[in-house]
Ligand binder design. Structure first.
Ligand code: ADP
Length: 487
């Protein structure tokens, strides 16, 4: 009997492969680093072949850890960095150029032009997104505009467009399947969010030949089989979702108003909105959630640009910390922040402030302030920004989340999670397995292939709120004063 479910987790900085056993436990995990290329100011690319090779190598390494081969695999789940845009030749399978990653800002001028036209509003309304270089559509247009020969080959139907999930599916099936899962499709700026189909008007607006587009597939279901020549076995590809949507599933946030927050470099909030696509008035995005049933599911999404990166900044730029983990002991070695607030607007501020051009500040310094207060202020700033995001989202949707499930690197920090619970006046829950992304992809594939009965979700710790309303209010007032000074 096949023993393991393979989750391929293709991220920005690495490709990982995780083997889950029939109890839903992680049996093995292997990771291969990936390089990004920065050819111009604000441009970010990756080598498409390197993405595949790293993924393939991590699969081999994970299997080796268990002393087994692909014959032990039951099915594959895929989760991936979203929005990253690839184009390849349909007949040779060769990429026509590098992958343009989600971080790449090269199409800022094109987006600014659309934003000042009449098209921005209806495209946003249909896709749930904003017109921004982040999403795939303008990146794809840029690739076609970069070379008249490519534009012609696209019109001739010779080229394929895909996001990273499409690319991995294409490689795993040895070119037999050109597909994209619905959550990834919802991030291209080409999909009608409510219909779940490519939008003809938007395709015409960006002048994208429909023949380039992959088939939109469900997130959970057997969408194709791996090639025996590539993987050594023919097994179903049965779960696919973009990283944030996969994390939502991995955290078992699969009903309306359940929410997860990932504290990584930035902080990513996703709130499930059930079978309804909700519209935000404060610039949050509406997106597809990975559905395991017949009906379409939706989520609302917002992010804080600088979260864990504020801790990195203290460590690498100011030399206040040797390791990120040390921040917890330093923060708890003082009773409070001593009036010090860090507004880590290193890349401007995102939702709900949307102030791209402001920059960070450290305010409230007295002669008594030392590095412990600054470190504490940095950790508090992660929770305070997340609080503002959640508050904005709740006033937008009119719904309340009852608890917040967290993951990501900085979720290891107990002080941060307790402070977050105190600010929200609601429990913050940390699972044992912080790799929610891989787990989500595995859950989607398991559901479609009857691999396990119940997706496991083990709580490591529940942080209960423990702050008086007066203290909370004065904390928030001081933070908002600091923010106001920056804005
Ligand atoms: P990403 O996926 O964005 O690379 P990770 O989820 O791996 O991020 O988390 C790494 C981030 O978390 C870094 O910015 C780091 O500064 C921060 N971090 C890691 N451990 C801790 C900790 N114990 N306390 C606070 N921040 C931490």
């Amino acid at each position: 009997m096949s023993q393991y479910l393979l989750a391929c987790d293709e991220g920005t900085s690495s490709a990982r492969s995780v083997l889950f056993d029939r109890e839903g436990q992680v049996a093995a995990s292997a990771q291969i680093e990936l390089q990004s290329i920065f050819p111009n100011d604000g441009w970010v690319e990756q080598d498409a072949n390197a993405i595949w090779e790293a993924q393939r190598q991590s699969i081999t390494d994970a299997l080796e850890q268990m002393g087994t081969t692909t014959s032990a695999l039951h099915a594959v789940g895929i989760t991936n960095q979203r929005e990253t845009t690839l184009v390849w030749d349909k007949s040779t399978g060769k990429p026509v150029g590098p992958a343009i990653t989600w971080q790449c800002r090269r199409t800022a001028d094109q987006c600014a032009a659309i934003n000042s036209s009449n098209d921005a509003e209806w495209i946003s309304a249909r896709t749930g997104l904003k017109i921004d270089p982040y999403f795939s559509a303008t990146k794809l247009r840029w690739i076609l505009d970069s070379d008249p020969d490519l534009a012609q080959r696209a019109v001739n139907g010779e080229l394929a467009f895909g996001t990273v999930d499409s690319w991995l599916i294409f490689k795993l099936t040895e070119g037999r399947l050109h597909a994209i899962d619905r959550t990834n499709a919802s991030r291209t700026l080409l999909m009608n969010l409510r219909e779940g189909t490519w939008d003809d008007d938007i395709l015409s607006c960006f002048d994208i030949p429909p023949s380039m587009l992959p088939t939109i597939a469900p997130s959970s279901g057997e969408i194709g089989y791996t090639s025996g020549d590539v993987l050594g076995v023919e097994i179903p590809i049965a779960g696919v979702a973009g990283d944030q949507q996969a994390a939502l599933v991995g955290q078992k946030c699969t009903t309306a108003n359940s929410a997860k927050l990932t504290y990584g470099t930035g902080a990513f909030l996703l709130v499930h909105t059930g079978f309804e696509a909700k519209v935000s008035n404060c610039g949050l995005l509406s997106t597809t959630a990975a559905s395991q049933g017949e009906r379409d599911e939706f989520a609302i999404e917002g992010s804080v640009f600088s979260a864990g990166s504020a801790i990195q900044w203290l460590r690498d730029n100011l030399g206040l910390l040797a390791t990120a983990a040390e921040s917890e002991d330093l923060a708890t070695s003082v009773p409070n922040c001593g009036g010090v607030y860090l507004v880590p607007a290193f890349e401007g501020l995102g939702a709900p402030h949307w102030a791209a051009n402001v920059r960070g500040a450290l305010v409230g310094l007295s002669r008594a302030a030392d590095r412990r207060h600054i470190v504490r202020a940095a950790l508090e700033s992660i929770a305070l920004q997340s609080y503002d995001l959640i508050e904005a989202l709740e006033s937008d949707t009119g719904d309340q989340i009852s608890e917040l499930r967290v993951d990501g690197g900085a979720a290891a920090n107990d002080f941060l999670l307790q402070f977050q619970a105190d600010l929200l006046d609601r429990p913050v829950v940390r699972p044992v397995d912080l790799e929610s992304t891989a787990r989500g992809a595995a859950n989607l594939a398991a559901a479609a292939t009857d691999f396990w009965l119940e997706a496991s979700y083990e709580v490591d710790r529940r942080f209960e709120p423990d702050m008086t309303a007066t203290d909370r209010d004065s904390k928030l007032d001081e933070w908002h004063a600091a923010l106001g000074a920056v804005l």
